[in-house]
Write a protein that binds this ligand. Sequence first.
Ligand SMILES: [Zn+2]
Length: 330
Amino acid sequence: MRRKRQRLLPTLALPRRLPSFPVLIDKPDLSPWRSGNNGIPGVIERDSGHPGPEITVVALTHGNEFAGAVAADRLLREDIRPICGVLRVIFANMAAFERFDPANPTASRFIGEDLNRVWSNDRLAHAPGSVEMERAIEILPVIRRSDMLLDLHSMLWESTPLFISPQTERSIALAGRLSSQADTPFLTLTDLGHVGGSRLIEHEHFLSAASPGRSVLLEAGQHWRPETVEISARVIRHFVENAGFVHWGMRGETGTAPRQAMVTDNVVARSASFAFIEAYQGGSVIEKAGTLIATDGDDEICTPYDHCVLIMPNLCVRRGQLAVRLARRL
Ligand SMILES: [Zn+2]
């Protein structure tokens, strides 16, 4: 995948500074949900009154990714309810969300630290040192009782939507169920985690063989595009409607076979001059092994196998940051 540069390459015309990303959707009015209805602020519970799985939808894990919150807000106003079991919707990082400024839209991802890197037992056991840790501990009881959890995210750079699940059979089955719906046939990925810390979908409750929890993360599209709201809404509906089927292992109707891939490599920029050869869109497939996709100082980055999927390339990556993940189709 990484080899010493053989020859001089033409200078690339890709931006070195972050371009401006238009904000095409409005912030949702979350005031009806602020105080919550089950004792925890920002947590809304809808009980079907029938036995069944306890399922959780999480929006705003990242404060500036509010397309999922627009969708969740709309469905709550339409009084979405599971057929069986209990649905809980968590608006996670409301504090960061409130600071969102369309003139500087990437700044409000979090306040003190990334809420999606703190979910190891070790971190959760220590005294909170940030707004986000406090919030993680506050919503932890809801996370722990979730038979299934859907964490809603979106992406800065243009990309096809995708599902990411932990590498457990039960979570892969949940992701497969969502991606086999006719109008959400997105690639489902298992990946290598994040070096920065455990994500919500990787909390012990979802990884341990001893607990039943299933989790899946949706990357629904570009942060501030109307399509990303629509895709988030579709996936929330499918999640709520299919939870009982998945929980009890029933088949039910599905559209297409899920498309799966596995992340094999996290490519980290080792130099400040990391640059992709093209402005690749996330989800692009590079057909031939050995194709040059980027240069990084004196190194060339090449695809290690045929049909390599580029996951969320960061076109303005800085030294030490994750530039792209490479995934092999299964
Ligand atoms: Zn996110």
